[in-house]
Design a protein around this ligand. Structure first.
Ligand code: C2O
Ligand code: CU
Ligand code: CU
Length: 501
């Protein structure tokens, strides 16, 4: 993004800019990159963002399943009014007139998608198919946008494993705002391997898009302050599938709960309110090789978690909450435990499903397979020039559509290392057009979580962490982006381009 466009696109108010210039280090006229590591004296005036406390609702609104459509469909980005929550009517954005978000697109692996996309917004937008390995011109590159009133036909074949993928806008400068205001949807890819497992389905398969929102005066407000741009914009209300504080009635059975963290910046440390364990069966790129039992699970923006939650031993009329527990994640994240959604057991049934001990076969990639290692320094923020604007960077560079950062030979297997050793903020890093495996994490948590085995398109780098991923570039040639999926970080420059050829 060109810096002169930044102020305009970021939605910062003049007040925020004036305030920022009174913060001593931000108003520095130095062009040098500023390392905001532990030795940075923030003078008490500012830190790397503050938590935005969550306000729990009364959990009386009914959980909603997004409508399901096939791979041939029309999506229309538009203004919508959502009313299925405690706020009454709320204005936001959606891909159909029904409310926030968009339908869940269900396709089989090998099938083609043909989406007639119509932009009824009054600004540019596009669709990125997050996690899908598709041609570059269909991928929703930030420069491939559709102007207000325009339309575009997204047409490609889905050639990959079964899994939970998603779609959202990705036009440069409007991504954070449009996602926050409601534009996102799920893509469920099925294949024969997964079908053979007979996992819970129908009313026992719950898709959950978890997002935090700021709602005021009947609208989803997106006006990031300087502080929000530092930490990422977080909201005080947690919505699930566009509904604030929902309740869902369940049977005494095992449920497949397929979660997308569709938040701009908020990380959740998912757990059950009774402390019971649950089972991770899949993640960004589909099923894990074997099920993993956990008591809590950190899920960053953009990440997916495919879970089995067992209600079978619960008594009739008992209640259970999906919650987010506290965690260590810099100054702005993980400080509060809060409830996300309520389950109430209302029907007693006999459930014979047991989780298969083997889910899939995944050949682990090893370091020796890689022909190149690339290191990405993601700790630093650029204090900007005279403008005093905050820019997030990768290798001390902020996004420039006219610059290719990495040239990758098609077919190569590479190690990409994201180094947040000196950073103070979590950065969920994402690559377009590929699925990768995470090799290891050093510093911080020092280990991989249950969600980080198998195939991934996201790698969360907490402050102090260095995360090494191994990427087979075996998809399509062309120009793709990689970026931090904290969308305010992305919008303030934390994105680069790689060209596969
Ligand atoms: Cu959901 Cu560029 O990503
Ligand atoms: Cu993506
Ligand atoms: Cu980031």
């Amino acid at each position: 993004m060109k810096r002169r466009n930044f102020i305009k696109l970021s939605g910062l108010s003049t007040t925020a800019i004036l305030v920022s210039s009174s913060i001593p280090f931000l108003s520095s006229c130095s062009n040098n990159d500023m390392n905001m590591g532990n030795n940075m004296d923030m003078g008490g005036n500012m830190n790397m963002g503050q938590p935005v406390p969550v306000t729990e609702g009364n959990f009386s609104a009914l959980f909603a399943f997004p409508p399901i459509v096939g791979g041939t469909t029309t999506l229309t980005a538009q203004n919508v009014t959502a009313n299925s929550n405690e706020f009454g009517n709320v204005k936001g954005l959606g891909y159909s007139s029904g409310g926030l978000l968009g339908p869940t697109i269900k396709v089989n692996s090998g099938q083609s998608m043909n989406v007639n996309f119509v932009n009824q917004l009054n600004e540019k937008t596009n669709i990125h198919w997050h996690g899908l390995k598709i041609p570059a011109n269909m991928d929703g590159h930030p420069e491939n946008f559709i102007n207000a009133g325009g339309s575009f036909n997204y047409n490609f074949t889905v050639n990959q494993r079964a899994g939970l993928y998603w779609y959202h806008p990705h036009a440069d400068g409007t991504t954070g705002k449009q996602v926050f205001q409601g534009l996102a949807g799920l893509i469920i890819v099925n294949d024969s391997e997964e079908t053979a497992l007979n996992l819970p389905s129908g009313n026992r398969e719950l898709p959950l898009v978890i997002q935090d929102k700021r709602i005021s005066a009947g609208s989803i407000l997106y006006a990031p302050t300087m502080m929000d741009q530092m930490a990422g914009l977080m909201g005080q209300y947690i919505l699930v599938n566009g509904v604030y504080a929902p309740i869902h009635n369940v049977e005494t059975a095992k449920y497949r709960v397929r979660i997308l963290n569709g938040s701009n910046a908020r990380i959740y440390n998912l757990a059950l309110s009774n402390g019971a364990s649950f089972t991770v069966i899949g993640n960004d790129g589909g099923l894990l090789a074997t099920p993993q039992t956990v008591n809590s699970l950190t899920v960053a923006p953009g990440e997916r978690a495919d879970l089995i939650i067992d209600f079978s031993s619960m008594g009739l009329n008992s209640e259970l909450f999906l919650i987010s527990k506290t965690f260590i994640g810099g100054n702005a994240q993980g400080k509060q435990e809060f409830k996300i959604m309520k389950f109430k057991v209302t029907t007693q049934v006999v459930d014979n499903f047991s989780i298969p001990t083997t889910l899939s076969s995944i050949a682990p990639l090893t370091e020796s397979m890689a022909t190149k290692t690339r290191n990405f320094e993601i700790s630093n923020v650029d204090s900007g020039s005279m403008s005093g604007m905050m820019m997030h960077t990768i290798n001390n560079k902020s996004y420039d559509a006219n610059r290719i950062d990495e040239l990758v030979p098609n077919g190569a297997v590479e190690i990409w290392t994201f180094d947040n050793t000196n950073g103070q903020e979590p950065h969920p890093m994402h690559l377009h057009g590929v699925q990768f495996q995470i090799l290891n994490r050093t510093g911080g948590r020092g280990t991989l979580t249950a969600l980080e085995k198998g195939w991934k398109d996201m790698a969360l780098c907490m402050p102090g962490e260095k995360v090494k991923v191994i990427v087979p570039f075996n998809g399509y040639t062309g120009k793709f982006v990689f970026h931090c999926h904290n969308l305010e970080h992305e919008e303030t420059g934390m994105m680069g381009q790689f060209q596969v050829s």
